[in-house]
Design a protein around this ligand. Structure first.
Ligand code: RIB
Length: 324
């Protein structure tokens, strides 16, 4: 059952892409030509995926992003329009090419992505005001979810504006090379995967214990809640009072593309729904579990009923970790 929603919305700032996805049977790089199959043209990009998942779960979502004025933008935006996501702050940049990703999914489901950011990087210094306006007009209680597949200065403007409005801020630190730790004191939730956690803290989260170490470093750096997505599909969530380990449950892994975005989107929905910290983490883990069980990002995202089923199974396994 859906919990009572606040008036807030999910503001999703970051990349909107056209995804070109295939399955491959060989490891990339082993031969010059890799044969592929199951070609799909999909809407993708982190901000698009977050908003899609939120909208599928019944939360109002608005995207702040840039696409080109080309045919790829139709692919990138089509599924988002069908979900009635607010696209008023998605600007078509004249002469720019929409961002696109080439995604190869091997038999183990662990995707490889090559991203050409294109219009996602077509922001000027003078665009500050547009980002501020988009955030200023969002209702009280809104949640900003932001990734770094756009210029870092825009992420910074958005975090500051959302912080001033008292919105919750979820930061997907991807790619970690662009991350500015000076903003961490304004970040309510940071959601790195194991390799991003290594980029940010030097510790690769190969286990819950290692995840805890990485989370504690991020808390020291100033974030309010550090959530490390572990390679096994579980997570560690830590704040100044508590550290929890959310272990995975068994699901068949078909394709990991967009699982992290499902995690961030579901976390944002759980924040809007004012769930407890434990429940937020379980809800996010449940969403990413569901997302890996089918091919593609958005087409794999679960309806609320499926998510709540997984939530119940995951919730029963949560363990408390000690700080030392
Ligand atoms: O996280 C998955 C997304 O990353 C894909 O949709 C792709 O476009 C890249 O932005």
């Amino acid at each position: 059952m859906a919990k009572e929603m606040t008036q807030g919305i999910i503001l999703s700032l970051g990349s909107v892409n056209a995804d070109f996805q295939v399955r491959v049977d060989q490891k990339i790089g082993e031969t010059t030509t890799v044969l592929a199959r199951d070609f799909r043209r999909l809407s993708g990009g982190k901000a698009a995926n977050v908003a899609y998942l939120a909208s599928k779960l019944g939360a109002p979502a608005s995207i702040i992003a840039r696409v080109g004025d080309d045919d790829l933008s139709l692919q990138a935006l089509g599924a988002l329009k069908e979900m009635a996501i607010d696209l008023r702050h998605v600007e078509k940049v004249q002469g720019a090419t929409t961002g696109f990703s080439m995604i190869m999914v091997p038999a183990d489901g662990k995707k490889n992505i090559m991203l050409s950011t294109n219009a996602n990087d077509a922001w000027e210094e003078s665009d500050h005001q547009k980002v501020r306006v988009a955030i200023a007009e969002a209702p009280e209680g809104s949640v900003l979810v932001v990734d770094y597949e756009i210029p870092a200065f825009i992420v910074e403007v958005a975090i500051k504006a959302a912080h001033e409005k008292g919105f919750s801020i979820v930061l997907d630190p991807s790619p970690p090379v662009r991350v500015n730790k000076a903003l961490f004191f304004m970040v309510d939730y940071i959601v790195p995967d194991a390799s991003e956690a290594e980029g940010l803290t030097g510790s690769r989260a190969t286990s819950a214990e290692e995840g805890k170490k990485a989370a504690l470093k991020l808390l020291q750096d100033g974030v309010r809640h550090a959530i490390i997505k572990l390679e096994d599909g579980g997570c560690v969530i830590a704040n100044a009072e508590i550290i929890l380990h959310v272990p995975p449950v068994e699901v068949e892994v078909v394709d990991t593309t967009g699982a992290g975005d499902a995690f961030a989107g579901a976390l944002a929905v759980a924040i809007l729904e004012k769930r407890t910290l434990k429940d937020m983490a379980c809800f996010a883990v449940a969403a990413s579990h569901a997302a890996v069980t089918a091919y593609g990002s958005q087409p794999a995202y679960p309806a609320r009923e499926r998510l709540e089923e997984l939530f119940d199974q995951i919730s029963a396994k949560v363990k408390k970790l000690h700080a030392k």
